[in-house]
Design a protein around this ligand. Structure first.
Ligand code: ARG
Length: 269
C-alpha cells in the first residue's frame, strides 16, 4: 500500500511524515531562511554544498514546496506527486533565476495549467508539467531521450531539507550521488520500486548524501558527451534521507521522454 504517495494537506502531511519513513511529501510551502553562513564549512540537499548563482540556471522552486526544472522557457518539469491533477491551475508560483529565494532579482511566474502524468496512481509515472503564464529568460535543461547516460555520477540540487526532518533551505544546495543499479535498488526497496519507471542513486555503503523532503520534482542530471547538462531523473522518494542502504529514487526521465515531449506539445510548448 502506497497511500503515503498521495499529496496531502499540510497538517495531514506532518502526521504522515511522522508515521511513514518512506515519504513523497513535498516540503513546506515557504522556504525557511537558512542561518547566516559566511565562512561556515558544511552546508548540507543532504551532504551538499551551496550552488553558485547561475550554476544551474534551469532550477526552479515551486510554491507548494517542490523543485522543478525548465523543460522549456514556459514549462517546468516536476514530479506528479507535487501537483493535484491536470487542468487549468493558476495556484502555483515558480521562482527562477536565483539561488537565494529571497534575492530581489528572483523571477516569479504563476502557473496557467498543470499536466500530471497520464495514469499516475502513486506508483511510478512520477512526472508532471506546469505551464507558466510567461517565459522565463533562463536556459532550459535537456531531458535524456534514451538510457545511454543512465549511469555514472549524477548531480542533485534543491531547496529541500538539509537532513531527515530538517527545514527547507533559503539557498540552493547541490551534491553528487552515484548511480545505483536496479538489482541493488530492489534489494533496498523490494516491490515498492518500479524498476522500469525509476532510477536510483546514492551512497549505498555510507549514506550521507541524498535529496530529501522539498527536493521532490527537482532534476537529477549529468553532463552528456558534448558537456551539456542532461536530465536523467526527477526527485521522487526514498526511505528517510541519506540512510546507508536506502538510495534516493528518481523518476527515470528516459522512460518518459516521449510522453513528456507529447505532453509539452499539448501545453503549447
Ligand atoms: N518525496 C520527497 C519530496 O516530496 C523527496 C524525497 C526524496 N527522498 C530521498 N531520500 N531521496 O520532496
Amino acid at each position: 500500500m502506497r497511500s503515503y504517495r498521495k499529496p496531502l494537506s499540510r497538517s495531514t502531511a506532518l502526521a504522515a511524515v511522522a508515521l511513514a519513513a518512506v515519504s513523497l511529501q513535498p516540503g513546506s510551502a515557504s522556504a525557511a531562511p537558512a542561518p547566516a553562513s559566511a565562512g561556515s564549512v558544511h552546508h548540507q540537499v543532504v551532504g551538499g554544498t551551496k550552488a553558485g548563482q547561475g550554476e544551474f540556471p534551469f532550477m526552479v522552486r515551486l510554491s507548494m514546496g517542490c523543485g522543478g526544472a525548465l523543460y522549456a522557457k514556459d514549462i517546468v518539469l516536476t514530479a506528479a506527486h507535487c501537483v493535484d491533477g491536470s487542468g487549468d491551475n493558476t495556484s502555483i508560483t515558480a521562482t527562477a533565476g536565483v539561488v537565494d529565494l529571497e534575492d530581489s532579482a528572483a523571477v516569479k511566474v504563476n502557473s496557467t495549467k498543470v499536466l500530471q502524468a497520464p495514469g499516475y496512481d502513486g506508483k511510478g509515472k512520477d512526472w508532471a508539467l506546469i505551464k507558466l503564464a510567461e517565459p522565463v529568460d533562463q536556459p532550459t535543461l535537456k531531458i535524456a531521450e534514451n538510457d545511454k547516460l543512465n549511469s555514472g555520477d549524477f548531480t542533485i540540487a534543491g531547496w529541500g531539507a538539509e537532513k531527515e526532518g530538517g527545514s527547507q533551505q533559503r539557498y540552493l544546495l547541490k551534491a553528487t550521488v552515484p548511480f545505483v543499479d536496479d538489482a541493488a535498488c530492489e534489494k533496498a526497496y523490494g516491490d515498492q520500486l518500479t524498476p522500469g519507471d525509476e532510477i536510483c542513486a546514492g551512497k549505498l555503503d555510507t549514506g550521507g548524501t541524498d535529496t530529501c523532503q522539498g527536493d521532490s520534482g527537482g532534476p537529477m542530471f549529468r553532463k552528456d558527451d558534448a558537456g551539456q547538462w542532461l536530465q536523467v531523473g526527477i526527485v521522487s522518494w526514498g526511505e528517510g534521507c541519506a540512510r546507508p542502504g536506502k538510495p534516493g529514487v528518481y523518476s527515470e526521465v528516459s522512460t518518459f521522454a516521449a510522453d513528456i515531449e507529447k505532453a509539452a506539445g499539448e501545453l503549447g510548448g
